[in-house]
Design a protein. Sequence first.
Length: 413
Amino acid sequence: MAATVGGSHDLMAAIASYVPSATALRTLLEVLPPALLGGTWVSVLRLLQHPKLDPNALWPTVQFKAIEAVFNPRGKIDVWALPELQPLWAMGVDVAFQYMYDDDIARLRDAQPLLVDVDAFGFQECATVNVAKGVWTGCMLRLSSSSTQDGVAAMARAVATMPSLRHVTLNLSQVSCVLESDPPEFEYFAAPFPAALEPYVWTALSPSHLVDVTILGGDLLATTKGVSSAIQWLASRPLRRLCLSDVRVAAHDVDALVTAMRNCTTLSTIELSYDLTLVSAFLSAPLPRHVRRLRLFVSDEPYHPKSGWFKITALPVPSGRLAHFVATAIDGSALTHLSLDVHRLGNDSVAAIVSTALQKMPRLTHLELLNVPSGPHLGAVLATNATRIQALESLRLQEQPVDSFDMFGASDY
């Protein structure tokens, strides 16, 4: 079997797609004789063994997961020239490019002359590209009050005619300016994206090759009509990942939207920013078995003027029951990856959630908690579950920073 695997790039790639993690892939490659792997897989193994790289940041490959090449110690990134990345390009891994200025595109096209233009999508703050194939695999569609029917329709046509695209970010942010302060202050454009153009947005998201969608802000789900469009969209396509960041969802339609998300059996990754409706509705019942990755987070920005920029403590759950509410949702789930921002949650509550994750989620391999408060309860849970923690592939506990704003006892804003 090893000879067959090493001799067939396609077969090896197919087998690798079923390997559950980068660590498991590294183990597989290490037991196969180097002579049977071929040059590309030997290079991939060297990357997975790199002392400065987190193997999980390089995985998965065949699912077109974008990576950020941020391991250059000098802080200067030239992703298309880094020799360390060339084996990954050959395996079909995307590379994330930040702020796609004209000179960056020109240099990229020097490396890959066949790369098509992305002018139809407008300026790209972040785009992903498969350098080896010379195709774009991810882009951002910026939509605002000045968007026109012709402009949105042109974006939809561009998405439909670019089958390499798998990830699209819809940016409906109304933020016009960020003022440097602690906390930062935001100024907004007065008008949101026109509701009359929303059907064209759903058309842009309709091609079956789009399997990874992020929506930043906006009112696409703030009306019954919008939620109905989303439900029809979820039922008609093989979506794998959905990220909703500060997206307003109508309270009277949230249950219908949650049902559609739960019924979309291809949807294995769900990422939701904290709000007053959607997150609590989604967690109100045990997670569906097809969901393998869950991230609950605080949005990077309050994307619209009425945003509360909510934290986990804003969930509409009775005081003292929040940890139990979250723990009940994840108890016995099939999650392999769990990421939670627990800012302003008590140490005892965080400990209760972590205890459930370690003891009642047998498939969990990656656990991340952000803004963890100090205290003895979590330490005791970690000590009690030391053996289980050793079996994890990654555990990240980011401590909660203490700043002058918090010192004055500020509440959620």
